[in-house]
Ligand binder design. Structure first.
Ligand code: FAD
Length: 417
C-alpha cells in the first residue's frame, strides 16, 4: 500500500521530485550555510539570482512553460509537487527555486510571438525579472476600478496613474501594468502594458517594508510613453489579453496552495521533532494530550489540504481546466491550514520560537501574507458562494463585463505571480 494518500497524484512525478530534493540538499543547503548568519528575509539579491538561474538550468524554475520558451512542459501536478517540496525542505534558499512574483507568468503567454520571445523566454530562463502593477490606492480587490489610464497619442501609448504594493520593483527589468483603455474600464476595456523599468515616466513615490521583510513600492506613472507594440497581445488583440489571462488564474491559485502546504509541512515537522524531544514534568511534551492536539489537528488539516490541491492540479492535467471554485476552495483551505499550523507549531515550541531569527518566527510573518495576496480569502469565498448560486458580485465597476467578483479575484492572482 502507498505510504501516503498523495502518492496517487505524485507517483508519476517521483523522479522529478527526487531530483529537485537532491538539488536542495546537495547545492542549496551548503550554499545557505556558506551565506553565514542570515535569516530568510535577508537573502542577498545575487544569491537569489544565482538560485533562480541554477534552478532554471536544471529545468525546475519555469519548468511549466513550453520548451520553445526554455521550459519543460511540466504538468501542473509536477509543478505543485515541486512547490510543496521547496516549502517543506525548510531551506530558505528553496523559496527562490521556483517562480514567484518576479518570475515568468502565464499572462505573458497571451502576448504576441515576438513578445513571448522577447519577454517571457528570458523570464523562464531566469535571465530577467518582472513585477506586476495591478493594485492601486483605490483599487485592490475591486480591481476594475482602475484609475490608471492608457491613451493613444499619435502612434504611441501614454500611461498615467498610480500603483501601490509592487513587489521587487527595485530589482526587476519589466513591469506589467494594468490600465483602462476606455472610460468604462472593466475587463474588456482594460489592457496590460509592458513597461521597461528604466522608463523615465515611472516615478517611485515611496516604499513600504512588508511584514516578512521585503520592500513593496508605490509608483506614479507620469506620462509613461510606450510604443504601440508594448501592449500585451499587440494592438489588435489588446482588449483580449486581460480576459485570456483571467482564464489561467485558478491555476496560479492552486500553486499558491501548494506553497502553503509545503511550508505547513515544514512547520509541522518542527513541532513534532520538538514534541518528541523536549521534556517537561518528567515526560516528553508530545505525550501531553494538549500538545498532541496541536500536532494532530495540523497533520489532519494538512493532509486534506494537500489532497484538495493535488486533486485540482490532476483535474487540470487531465482535462485542461479546473473549476474556479475548486481552486478558490483549495486556496482558502491551504492558506488557513498554513496559518494555523505555524501558530500551533510556535505554541508547541514555546518561547524559543517567538525569538527573532527562529524559522517559525519568520514563517509566522511570511504565512500572514497568503490570505491577502493572490485574491483575499474573502474574495475566494465570494467565488465559492457564487458557484453555490448564492450572493451577488461585490460592487461591480460601472458598465463592466460579466462576473465581476470572479474576474476581480482571478486577476488578483497575478498580483503575486
Ligand atoms: C506582500 C504583498 C505583496 C503584494 N504584491 C503586489 C504586487 O506585486 N502587485 C500588485 O499589483 N499588488 C500587490 N499586492 C497587493 C495585493 O494584491 C492587495 O493587497 C490585495 O489584492 C487586496 O487588496 P487591498 O489590500 O486593497 O484590500 P481591499 O480590497 O481594500 O480589501 C480589504 C478587505 O475587504 C475585503 N473585501 C473586499 N471586497 C470584498 C467583497 N466583495 N466581499 C468580501 N470581502 C471583501 C477583503 O477581503 C479584505 O479583507 C501585494 C500585497 C501584499 C500584502
Amino acid at each position: 500500500m502507498n505510504a501516503s494518500l498523495t502518492d496517487v497524484f505524485e507517483a508519476p512525478h517521483r523522479a522529478t521530485i527526487e531530483a529537485f530534493r537532491r538539488f536542495v540538499t546537495e547545492e542549496l543547503e551548503p550554499l545557505w550555510y556558506e551565506c553565514g548568519e542570515r535569516t530568510a528575509e535577508h537573502v542577498p539579491q545575487d544569491i537569489k539570482r544565482h538560485v533562480r538561474r541554477r534552478s532554471s538550468e536544471l529545468g525546475f524554475y519555469g519548468g511549466e512553460f513550453a520548451a520553445h520558451l526554455g521550459g519543460r512542459d511540466l504538468p501542473l501536478t509536477a509543478v505543485a509537487a515541486l512547490r510543496h517540496a521547496a516549502g517543506s525542505s525548510g531551506c530558505p534558499l528553496a523559496l527562490f527555486t521556483l517562480p514567484g512574483p518576479e518570475g515568468p507568468t502565464p499572462l505573458l503567454a497571451h502576448g504576441t510571438e515576438e513578445q513571448q520571445q522577447r519577454y517571457l523566454a528570458p523570464l523562464v530562463r531566469a535571465e530577467k525579472t518582472r513585477s506586476l502593477g495591478l493594485t492601486e490606492p483605490g483599487a485592490g480587490s475591486d480591481t476594475f476600478r482602475l484609475a490608471t489610464r492608457a491613451r493613444r497619442v499619435g502612434g504611441d501609448w501614454v500611461l498615467n496613474g498610480h500603483k501601490i504594493y509592487l513587489s521587487n520593483l527595485d530589482v526587476v527589468d519589466i513591469l506589467l501594468v494594468f490600465a483602462s483603455t476606455t472610460e468604462r474600464g472593466g475587463p474588456d476595456g482594460s489592457a496590460v502594458f509592458i513597461v521597461e523599468t528604466d522608463n523615465s515616466g515611472l516615478v517611485v513615490k515611496q516604499s513600504f517594508r512588508a511584514m516578512y521583510g521585503e520592500p513593496l513600492y508605490e509608483v506614479l506613472l507620469d506620462d509613461v510613453r510606450l510604443p504601440c507594440d508594448a501592449v500585451l497581445g499587440g494592438p489588435e488583440q489588446a482588449h483580449l489579453a486581460v480576459g485570456h489571462g483571467m482564464l489561467t488564474l485558478p491555476r496560479g491559485r492552486v500553486l499558491t496552495s501548494a506553497d502553503c502546504n509545503g511550508l505547513a509541512e515544514y512547520a509541522l515537522r518542527l513541532g513534532i521533532e520538538h514534541a518528541r524531544t523536549r521534556r517537561a514534568f518528567g515526560r516528553a511534551i508530545g505525550t501531553f494530550q494538549h500538545v498532541q492536539e496541536h500536532l494532530v489537528a495540523s497533520s489532519t488539516e494538512l493532509q486534506a489540504s494537500k489532497l484538495l490541491t493535488l486533486a485540482c492540479t490532476h483535474q487540470f492535467d487531465q482535462q485542461g481546466e479546473m473549476l474556479p471554485e475548486s481552486a478558490a476552495k483549495a486556496k482558502i483551505t491551504a492558506t488557513g491550514t498554513l496559518s494555523r499550523t505555524v501558530d500551533r507549531a510556535l505554541q508547541t515550541l514555546g518561547g524559543r520560537a517567538y525569538m527573532q531569527g527562529h524559522p517559525l518566527e519568520f514563517l509566522y510573518r511570511y504565512a500572514r501574507m497568503m490570505p491577502i495576496v493572490g485574491g483575499t480569502t474573502e474574495i475566494q469565498k465570494v467565488i465559492a458562494a457564487h458557484a453555490l448560486g448564492l450572493g451577488s458580485s461585490p460592487a461591480p465597476a460601472p458598465a463592466s463585463g460579466p462576473g465581476d467578483a470572479e474576474s476581480t479575484s482571478q486577476l488578483l492572482q497575478e498580483a503575486t505571480g
